[in-house]
Design a protein around this ligand. Structure first.
Ligand code: ATP
Ligand code: MG
Ligand code: MG
Length: 551
């Protein structure tokens, strides 16, 4: 398997150690903008940044990139911390906010103005765009580009003091309007924006742009390797320009890698927020969401997500990862770890007519035949049990090895039963099945050598606990919902199926919220930590048993 040690970024770091480029240090950061909940794509970045630091004896900061006050909220700051911790990473005492640096960033800007490297521009946003030119056409210099140092300093101070309207002026870098790289054509460094910031309140009415704040925040934190996704490759010259123009003590280096795209999923926070706000899902932590909180609530383990991030590897080339791989990772993890229990999702009553009325047997049942360490529990067996409706057919096709009139099957951990007859209601629907059992076939201790082809899961009717089970399917029907029409037109109308009448074995009644099980023959399920309570058991299907991942 691939480890972070074998990716191209680790190779760069190894070279940097050899040349002593960063004084033998490795210091990375994970820099989320607190404008939404983290998703599985962020998990890739978290595993990479924290992983690189861990493997090289370095450090990784958590930095909130909070330079965009209108879109940011405290709720997101909190959820991000919870998610990073849950994934298993520790930033120690190195949690920072870009907003901590607002004063320093302002002073750096003053320095740039003083050195003739930045100017206040009065062009409107439309004019700035127009003047910028295109890939085939050089840009045009702003008429304000030649303002004197003194005028610029005074105007920038007045911008900060709140003397000008939002959007009426900006501070721009003075670089090169003819640069083949559009990002270098005098990019905006500061804008005027009256919005209450989640930390600095109304203290500021000018805010630094990402391309200015990010390299300087990295430098202030003495980051060595600033790892970001490939869409910032064209911004790297500007990243380096800012460090050089300000003449920072530390010179971090930006390295880009391909962002994760997952099939049948959208990943941008903007789109995920739309799903939440327009009630297509129940919230950011809806178990169908690709958010870390959604995956957690669904029942995914942090180990499975870290394993997934390791398997997909880190490269420069953009690709689409099959959702089946993520599902494969959780199956691999839970196969051994999860207790295997019995739950009947669509119950059909079976009466075992030769079993004494009122008798209850406690059957010893191991939790996981592949993992004896999980031990066993007792399950009650009695005269009336529930089996799965799908496990009975009155007129079965060939090779149907389950229950039908005259057939014999084993009830898991219990006895072999034989179907004697079917009882229907007035509409012709099957309501109950009468069977007989063979007392010599008790699992583990029976004397009979009888063999049957089918084994069914079941629960004792008198002892079973009622539960709601939520079956999830992929949220979108199209492999790439970002392609073509509006992504919401590809929402899967059947992504949630509610089963309100399930019967589960009594050992599950007191299971802890969030705990995970294999329901025999069905898949992996977890107790919904939000909606499940003493009066109502709610299970989420994490994933079915059938693995469609092509190894
Ligand atoms: P979105 O478009 O979903 O809002 P973003 O990149 O704007 O994503 P940030 O909060 O800025 O979101 O991301 C924090 C870090 O996570 C960045 O370094 C970013 O490159 C990385 N990241 C975001 N999405 C992905 C992804 N799909 N795959 C890998 N890394 C990602
Ligand atoms: Mg971003
Ligand atoms: Mg974004």
């Amino acid at each position: 398997t691939k480890t972070a040690a074998s990716n191209f970024i680790q190779n760069i770091i190894a070279d940097d150690f050899d040349t002593n480029k960063h004084g033998g240090r490795v210091h990375t950061r994970f820099p989320p903008e607190p404008n939404g909940y983290l998703h599985i794509g962020h998990a890739k970045s978290i595993c990479l940044n924290f992983g690189i630091a861990l493997e090289n004896g370095g450090l990784c900061n958590l930095r909130f990139d909070d330079t965009n006050p209108s879109k940011e909220e405290v709720e997101y700051v909190e959820s991000i911390q919870e998610d990073v911790k849950w994934l298993g990473f520790d930033w120690g005492d190195r949690m920072f906010y870009a907003s901590d640096y607002f004063e320093k960033l302002y002073q750096f800007a003053v320095k740039l103005i003083n050195e003739g490297k930045a100017y206040v521009c009065d062009l409107s946003p439309e004019e700035i765009r127009e003047y910028r030119g295109t890939l085939t056409q050089p840009g045009k210099e702003s008429p304000y580009r030649s303002r004197s140092r003194e005028v610029n300093l005074a105007l920038f101070e007045r911008m900060r003091a709140g003397e000008f309207e939002d959007g009426s002026r900006v501070l721009r870098a003075k670089i090169d309007m003819a640069s083949p790289n559009l990002n270098m054509r005098d990019p905006v460094l500061y804008r005027i924006l009256r919005a209450t910031h989640h930390r600095t309140g109304d203290k500021w009415c000018i805010y630094p742009m990402y391309d200015y704040a990010h390299p300087l925040s990295d430098a202030l934190e003495k980051i060595t390797h600033s790892i970001c996704t490939c869409e910032f490759e064209d911004h790297r010259p500007l990243y380096d320009w800012a460090l050089e123009a300000v003449d920072t003590e530390y010179r971090p280096q930006q390295i880009e890698f391909a962002r994760l795209n997952l099939s049948y999923t959208v990943m941008s926070k903007r789109k995920l927020r739309q799903l939440v706000e327009e009630n297509h899902v129940s919230g950011w932590d809806d178990p169908r969401m690709p958010t870390i909180s959604g995956l957690r609530r669904r029942g995914y383990t942090p180990e499975s997500i870290r394993d997934f991030c390791e398997r997909i590897g880190v490269a420069k080339a953009v690709s689409m990862v099959d959702l089946a791989l993520l599902e494969h990772c959780i199956r691999e993890d839970l196969n051994i770890r999860a207790p295997r229990v019995m739950a009947v999702l669509n119950p059909l009553k079976v009466i075992i007519e030769n079993y004494p009325e009122g008798q209850v047997e406690e059957l010893e049942a191991e939790y996981n035949s592949e993992n004896p360490e999980l031990g066993s529990r007792k399950i009650p067996f009695s005269r009336i049990v529930y089996i799965e409706q799908d496990d009975f057919m009155e007129e079965p096709p060939k090779k149907f090895f389950r229950l039908y009139p005259g057939s014999e099957v084993r009830l898991k951990h219990a006895y072999i039963i034989k179907c004697e007859r079917v009882v229907k209601d007035e509409q012709g629907r099957i309501v109950e099945i009468y069977c007989t059992y063979d007392p010599d076939t008790k699992s583990g201790s029976g004397t009979s050598t009888k063999k049957v082809k089918g084994t069914l899961h079941w629960v004792s009717a008198e002892h079973a606990v009622k539960a709601e089970v939520r079956l999830y399917d992929r949220l979108f029907t199209k492999e790439n919902p970002d392609e073509g029409a509006d992504f919401k037109t590809f929402l899967n109308p059947d992504s949630l199926k509610l089963l309100g009448n399930c019967m589960v074995e009594p050992s599950l009644a007191k299971a802890a919220p969030g705990s995970r099980f294999q329901f025999l023959r069905h898949g992996y399920f977890s107790i919904d930590a939000k909606d499940s309570n003493e009066n109502k058991l709610v299970f989420n299907r994490i994933v079915s048993l059938k693995d469609s991942w092509a190894k």
